[in-house]
Ligand binder design. Sequence first.
Ligand code: ATP
Ligand code: ATP
Ligand code: MG
Ligand code: MG
Lengths: 230, 230
Amino acid sequence: ALECINVDKYYIMGSYKIYALRNVNIKVNYGDLVSIVGPSGSGKSTLLHVIGTLDRPSKGAVKIDSIDVTNFSESELSRFRREKIGFVFQFFNLVTYLTAVENVALPMLFSRKYNSKEAEIRAKLLLSLVGLPEQRFKNTPRQLSGGQQQMVAIARALANDPAVILADEPTGNLDLESTSKFLSTIRFLNEVTKKTFVIVTHNAEVATFTKNIKFIRDGIIYEKPPEDFL
Amino acid sequence: ALECINVDKYYIMGSYKIYALRNVNIKVNYGDLVSIVGPSGSGKSTLLHVIGTLDRPSKGAVKIDSIDVTNFSESELSRFRREKIGFVFQFFNLVTYLTAVENVALPMLFSRKYNSKEAEIRAKLLLSLVGLPEQRFKNTPRQLSGGQQQMVAIARALANDPAVILADEPTGNLDLESTSKFLSTIRFLNEVTKKTFVIVTHNAEVATFTKNIKFIRDGIIYEKPPEDFL
Ligand SMILES: Nc1ncnc2c1ncn2[C@@H]1O[C@H](COP(=O)(O)OP(=O)(O)OP(=O)(O)O)[C@@H](O)[C@H]1O
Ligand SMILES: Nc1ncnc2c1ncn2[C@@H]1O[C@H](COP(=O)(O)OP(=O)(O)OP(=O)(O)O)[C@@H](O)[C@H]1O
Ligand SMILES: [Mg+2]
Ligand SMILES: [Mg+2]
């Protein structure tokens, strides 16, 4: 399980503090399918980064499988992440000079779980699973449309077969058909291989699909939508 | 008016050509409110870049106010663009080391339409119009959430009070409230100041809002949705 315990996250801008998260307590168990909804700037990306150990909390603790990792070194954290967590970033973070297949294979070469031949075969399979046409496999991100880059980012998050996938607005650039393909892939992976998904979204169809929705506003997490939420 | 006449756009990948646009004929008149819908990779961004003179067609002609600008030099085109066309790019293209206000003011300093004091006042007004909270005005893009960056990108497109705004998936990162604020701003600017908008979108609410919808699939434009479109 991934846990945040009494987590604050703030930024210091000149003379005042901007709170992105306020006293957040959240636990995600293996096999969960959770969505996080909230207005622009409410702290959704910050929450994914903190629970996924990409960002450190300003106060409070983060636990992975009941181990307090809040003060782990960066290299210890990156080993935890590589083994357990896949990310789909809000703005992809693809490597611009690598092809779609290379972008998806890269995490597999870092984790040494697969050799380069296996990584390539696995990368091609994941790209077809998310709907990228085969003749785009050798395109770099600049040669792909926005939605196609999003497909590469989703495939890359699945590269090392992680137990948990943290996805930040994964359908923002996808058309209706790719969105529904994405949702059926999630359902399949969650039900059959018990993968855990935490999905930040503004898309009502995606949120209701997960059945376990957390609401966030001004850095505070609610189990039910607060007054005049939407 | 902006026009594409028999426009092809293709990319050469090794031994074959990828057609992003095929024999496109489209005319956008001043005061129009048009949306372009189509699957990922169908040519929407390419169409906006070509009709907005950011990209050259592989075949065919582009006209602005009946002037054939297809073979104009880059500096002639950039003068046309600065005077007439505002862009909201699919991935923003904000300048990372400038603040929100500076990003919006920058096009005004290039066009010399406003001095730096006027540009700052106008930039702040545009940012509040699109919904960015005032205490974020001095944040750089890295210090803003995805939706907040989108608001800056929309405000920047309005900087020089252009006659035409080309927006590529402008609500992809916006929450429901900001999306409806964006739509009412568009309606106000279109009805009261006769601004022209061409909006690429996967969002059905945005598409139906424009009343004039063009469909695109595999680079071909249709006035009505082709067979099994969605
Ligand atoms: N530089 C390039 N080299 C090769 N192919 C390219 C290049 N740029 C775009 N393409 C291809 O052209 C096609 C059209 O791309 P475009 O970005 O216009 O799609 P789009 O309709 O905007 O899609 P999305 O909704 O995913 O943003 C895509 O199949 C894309 O892979
Ligand atoms: N480095 C930073 N410095 C200052 N403020 C920051 C920084 N990073 C984020 N913020 C602020 O923290 C708040 C939360 O940001 P976050 O990116 O988590 O929002 P979000 O819910 O993901 O929004 P969106 O839906 O627009 O992506 C925002 O108000 C943002 O301006
Ligand atoms: Mg975000
Ligand atoms: Mg596009």
